[in-house]
Design a protein around this ligand. Structure first.
Ligand code: GLY
Length: 362
């Protein structure tokens, strides 16, 4: 399969799409980093074996390697864990050419990416995403960061990778809930940018849920193409275009915050957030009910949550949303659909948002 190219001038890179080819990563890395002799592989407890395969592939093409496994989960996106990785790079005597290879899901990618962005004022980064969510979203586009005790992703940097290596075979062992959570972001691309892709998802739910290899490559490739096109046109989220990727995310962030630790996975919150956004768009007079109904059926087919839990206090959800980075002058702003395949940013009266959240049904 042809790689997906992310065209960003001197920061351009390829997203390689493969199936069961962990050894191929060595030559991919060597081609992109001809001068590097050392690599730090970062993984977590769940991706240890993928980390070892990545190390072996790098060693085969002449890299000296070190590996650090961070504890699995959001709790590792901290400056403390970043500091452990800085120590590892120091102990390995890393230089400016030393590569950081992030092998895992969004947490590993964001953390290792942040370390690559900051150690020695920037090291080459190789992304090896092993979850669906990381393949279609977090490993592409250069957002890296760790959490501040008061807020998610508050400490971060833009740092584009030198390459992204996606092996969809890693998805066959992904826990079911995590796989379905990643599908929410895939559905998102259809709603925000590509109606035919949305229709394709509607027609292929069975093959996707069976993790048919062809279906997986297809949905990952299309999602990456769509994300690449957005990032190419608004790399640092300055024009408002990249913000469309946040469809459903203002609600989702509130659900994750109020739901707390052990609550929903990110994609689950995004699924319910997209339903709230679609229903909000209806109440705001932008669309009829068909788009939301189709989105609902597709999300239900992927057995994703489609509405916030009824015991989450509406006022608490709204108060989190007021702190969203898209909010302006106290006004809530949301990415909302104007038709299938198109979204825009809208300022919405708080009363309407309260109405949607108080409806307590889909
Ligand atoms: N995940 C949203 C973005 O990369 O901009």
């Amino acid at each position: 399969m042809q790689p997906v190219r992310v065209n960003l001038g001197p920061r351009s890179y390829d997203i390689a799409l493969t199936t069961a080819d962990s050894g191929g990563f060595g030559s991919f890395a060597r081609e992109r980093l001809p001068k590097s002799t050392l690599a730090l592989v970062v993984c977590d407890a769940n991706t240890h074996s993928h980390g070892q395969a990545t190390e072996a592939a790098l060693q085969d093409v002449g890299f000296r390697t070190g590996m650090v496994a961070v504890p699995a989960g959001e709790g590792s996106k901290t400056l403390t864990e970043a500091s452990r990785l800085y120590d590892a790079l120091y102990n390995l005597a890393g230089d400016r050419q030393t590569a950081v290879a992030a092998v895992g899901g969004g947490v590993v990618g964001d953390l290792a990416g942040f370390v690559a962005a900051t150690y020695n004022r920037g090291l080459p980064l190789l992304m090896v995403p092993t979850t669906l969510l990381a393949m279609v979203d977090s490993s592409v586009g250069g957002k890296t960061g760790v959490n501040h005790p008061r807020g998610k992703n508050l400490i971060g940097a833009f740092h584009q990778p030198a390459g992204v290596w996606i092996d969809t075979a890693t998805l066959t062992t992904l826990p079911d809930r995590e796989f379905r959570s990643g599908l929410a972001e895939v559905v998102k691309y259809g709603v925000i940018l590509d109606a035919p892709f949305f229709e394709e998802l509607e027609s292929n739910t069975a093959a996707i849920l069976q993790r048919d290899s062809e279906a997986l490559v297809r949905i990952v490739a299309r999602s990456c193409q769509l994300k690449a096109a957005v990032v190419e046109n608004d790399e640092r989220e300055e024009t408002g275009l990249r913000a469309i990727l946040n469809y459903g995310h203002t609600f989702a962030h509130a659900f994750e915050t109020v739901g707390g630790y052990g609550g929903w996975l990110h994609g689950e919150a995004v699924a319910a957030g997209m339903m709230c956004a679609a229903r909000l768009a209806e109440r705001h007079g932008l669309i009829g009910s068909e788009l939301g109904d189709r989105q609902l059926r597709l999300l239900e087919a992927f057995t994703l949550p489609t509405w916030p839990k009824s015991d989450w206090p509406v006022e608490e959800l709204i108060s989190v949303m007021r702190r969203d980075k898209k909010a302006s002058g106290g006004q809530l702003r949301f990415i909302l659909p104007t038709r299938l395949g198109e979204v825009r940013l809208f300022e919405v009266p708080e009363a309407l948002v309260r109405e949607v959240l108080s409806a307590h049904d889909v």
